[in-house]
Design a protein around this ligand. Structure first.
Ligand code: PXL
Length: 277
């Protein structure tokens, strides 16, 4: 097997167990060379901390990209997470054109919203730009809130298969090829992930834990990318990532002092075992 090299583009929240501080260790643990393009440096993430610093790296992005292009560096996959501005989205679209190796997989996590709301600092102009980026994705990894914003659909806490099918149809109309739709619950006490690939619908269901943790979306997408790059099918990668995210949440249960993220580190061994299986 050739040694796969992937690029992930998202912020560094120095403290908070999300974005790059999650993607880098998780994808590396899957056995994939993980290169990073930090879009911004924050002292912490923005969900629950106040007074955080935010150093924008938008201007560096095209310079870094140009150096890679000149050097002949190209990636087997490009995975994007939290991006700070419309301009950053445009730079990512340039990266898709200039530093993608042949057959490069583009995986977009439109990390911008959860629980019916946009994260602080995002607005509908950003959503419009994100729609354009999603149209270029081979794999889109949204949650329901993000899918609603991307498609102009009313967010619902309770829903049925018809609602999810409608969201899937509207998402594919944006142009994205395959969708890994997270946090889909059809039964009390259960949740799961819909794998919509080449027009076919599949669903992996698992227990819904009573607690939830910030950053599990990033953990999920990173584990999915790592497993996919190890040659797993999209369904198998979606299942591995779901089982790993559940293990991370379990390892964080009952931890009041650890409200800001999930303790993904102690259970990395489970992920490594699953991708090597
Ligand atoms: O987990 C997504 C994320 C990434 N990066 C930053 C965030 C968030 C979610 O709030 O604030 C800076």
């Amino acid at each position: 097997m050739s040694y796969k090299k992937i690029l992930t583009v998202q912020d560094i929240s120095c403290v908070g167990q999300c974005s790059l501080t999650v993607a880098l260790p998780i994808i590396s643990a899957c056995g994939i060379e993980t290169c990073v393009l930090p879009s911004a440096v924050l002292s912490t993430h923005t969900a629950g901390f106040t007074g955080y610093t935010f150093h924008d790296l938008t201007e560096d992005m095209p310079l870094i990209c140009e150096h890679w292009r000149k050097t002949g560096i190209a990636f087997d996959a490009i995975y994007t997470g939290y991006l700070g501005s419309a301009q950053q989205i445009a730079h990512v679209e340039d990266l898709f054109e200039t530093v993608a190796a042949e057959g490069c997989l583009k995986i977009v996590d439109p990390a911008m919203a959860d629980n019916g709301k946009l994260y602080p600092g995002f607005d509908m102009a950003f959503v419009e730009n994100m729609k354009h980026l999603c149209g270029k994705a081979d794999y889109l990894v949204p949650n329901i809130t993000e899918a609603c914003f991307l498609t102009g659909t009313e967010y619902r806490e309770t829903y049925d298969r018809a609602y999810i099918d409608e969201l899937l149809a509207k998402l594919t109309a944006l142009g994205c090829k395959n969708i890994i739709f997270t946090g889909i619950s059809y039964a009390e006490g259960k949740t799961g992930v819909v794998v919509y690939e080449n027009g076919a619908y599949d669903y992996y269901e698992h227990d819904k834990l009573p607690n939830s943790c910030h950053g599990t979306g990033d953990i999920y997408a990173s584990a999915f990318v790592g497993a996919l790059m190890r040659g797993k099918s999209a369904y198998e990668a979606a299942k591995i990532a779901a089982d790993y995210a559940v293990a991370c949440i379990k390892s964080t249960a009952e931890e009041e002092n650890h409200w800001y993220g999930a303790k993904f580190e102690p259970v990395l061994g489970k992920l490594i075992a699953a991708v090597n299986d």
